[in-house]
Design a protein around this ligand. Structure first.
Ligand SMILES: [Zn+2]
Length: 498
């Protein structure tokens, strides 16, 4: 069996596409979880794209051990210099450089002749090799390139020292058999291919990213690139959790082995969703809330007689505990801790005290506490709200759409109250908070959805705001009261704006 390397680009392809700016603590939290999941390579960012990205790649390179840390760069010397600088303290650094190889990209975007592209590609790899031994080359838009030309480029970059060559379907145009055919063509015709790892990088424009990646693995690639929950440019990237579980379920078919801890999949998906503010659809494969639910009578009957009738994956394998446990205000500290541990949370005693307090507050308002509620509770601990918290909100509505909100906020140990009118209660709350903070905030997006079922369900609010030169910042708040959840989310976002 050959080893299949899992290359995660949630923090690069994923973040880049969302238009949001995750702060360094958020990126570190995701990177740490990716190490727990056991991915082999973490693409941490594109250092030359902004000073912020440079900083975060540098910090991840310094602090995250146990995976290759990779930075993206164009085939441009100063990009590569930047990337090398950001990766200087990495335990296992990798520079990922490359250039487009399809006729349309070379002619219209790069305005370079094919020969110039070959020379630029080889020169970039050589330059990167001066800094690190592990250099990956991406042949952008490889799927729409002339296969014979692709072979020529790959031979040259491998000669120049590329340790990995990536054959992306950048625009998500391939079907699985076509993609497999291209990979086979590369395997059969690139003379020096034996000395490198070949990689897939597929986009989901036609809903085939996972299928194409699997076709690539079957055709011989040893590295697969993707993101958690499939977030990424346009229709998204390959969902790593889908590829991992497809391979896991039929390992013999692919003839590869992975070093992934599948039980961390569920926690990783949840963390990425919480931090990016991108909800996971309930029907999403592997990580959707309904992925392991059997609703129809016939299916339930089958499952009760023999699980294998309708269940291809034991939910516990991806970290979803089997038995349903419902907690309530009568549940003690021990029961809460026990369930949280089953759900994959590790708790210090001091954390448990805070969590238990929040749990009781929630149980006061909501009789039954489900796993989803606990995840919401754990995802929003309030500790990330640097010095700002909401003490009280009261709203008076007059007529259908106008409302007045009075909000009390504790800001750096001072208690401040202010009021504002708005177009509906949530708008009034946000405006009152704006007045307290004295900042001019642009609300770009606001979403509210319920975490579990029933009228008592927890509301999960996600806001995206912009302030001055800061990028888009995501804030999240949960509460059984939707207005409070919204206010908390808004304050959470503001606390991230420096
Ligand atoms: Zn991509």
């Amino acid at each position: 069996m050959r080893k299949l390397y899992i290359f995660d680009t949630t923090l690069r392809d994923g973040e880049q596409s969302l238009g949001i700016t995750l702060n360094i603590n958020e990126k570190l939290e995701i990177a740490r979880q990716l190490v727990k999941l056991g991915v082999d390579i973490i693409e941490a960012g594109f250092p030359a794209s902004s000073p912020g990205d440079m900083d975060s790649v540098r910090t991840i390179a310094r602090k995250i051990k146990g995976a290759v840390i990779c930075g993206l760069s164009r085939a441009v010397e100063k990009d590569i210099d930047c990337c090398a600088e950001a990766l200087r303290e990495a335990e296992q650094p990798r520079i990922h450089t490359g250039i487009a190889v399809s006729p349309v990209h070379m002619e219209k975007k790069l305005r370079l002749s094919p020969q110039q592209v070959v020379e630029t590609a080889a020169a970039a790899v050589k330059h990167a090799k001066k800094y690190v031994s592990d250099v990956e080359f991406y042949a952008e838009d490889a799927f729409r390139s002339e296969p014979a030309f692709l072979v020529k480029v790959l031979e040259r970059v491998i000669d120049a020292g590329a340790t990995v060559v990536n054959i992306p379907d950048t625009v998500g145009y391939a079907t699985p058999w076509q993609y497999a055919e291209l990979v086979s063509f590369v395997m059969d015709n690139v003379k020096n291919i034996g000395s490198t790892v070949v990689s897939t990088h597929c986009h989901n424009d036609l809903g085939m990213a996972t299928a194409n990646s699997l076709a690539g693995i079957k055709a011989g690639v040893s590295q697969v690139e993707g993101t958690i929950n499939g977030i990424g440019e346009r229709a998204g990237n390959t969902s790593l959790e889908e590829v991992i579980m497809a391979v896991y379920s039929q390992q013999g078919l692919y003839g590869v082995e992975m070093g992934v801890r599948t039980r961390e999949i569920s926690a990783t998906s949840r963390l990425v969703s919480i931090i990016t503010g991108v909800p996971v659809p309930s029907h999403k494969a592997i990580v959707g809330a309904n992925a392991f639910m059997h609703a129809s009578g016939i299916h339930q009957d089958g499952i009760l007689k023999e699980k294998n009738t309708y269940e291809i994956i034991d939910p516990e394998i991806v970290g979803v505990p089997k038995n349903m446990i419902v907690l309530s205000a009568r549940s003690g500290r021990h029961a809460l801790k026990h369930r949280l541990v089953e759900l994959g949370y590790k708790l210090e005693q001091s954390d448990l005290d805070t969590v238990y307090k929040n749990f009781l507050r929630l149980a006061d308002r909501k009789r039954e506490i489900f796993d989803e509620d606990l995840h919401a509770l754990m995802g929003y601990t309030g500790k990330e709200n640097d010095g700002i918290s909401i003490k009280n909100i009261s709203v008076a509505t007059n007529g259908v759409s106008t409302a007045t909100a009075t909000v009390t906020v504790e800001l750096n140990d001072k208690t401040i109250t202010d009021a504002a009118c708005g177009n509906g209660p949530v708008d009034a709350v946000f405006k009152a908070i704006d007045r307290i903070m004295g900042k001019s905030i642009i609300l770009e997006d606001f979403n509210l959805y319920s975490v579990s079922k029933g009228s008592e369900a927890i509301g999960n609010a996600i806001v995206k705001v912009r302030c001055g030169n800061n990028g888009l910042v995501v804030g999240r708040g949960v509460s059984t009261d939707v207005i409070e959840a919204s206010g908390k989310a808004y304050v959470n976002a503001l606390s991230k704006i420096k």
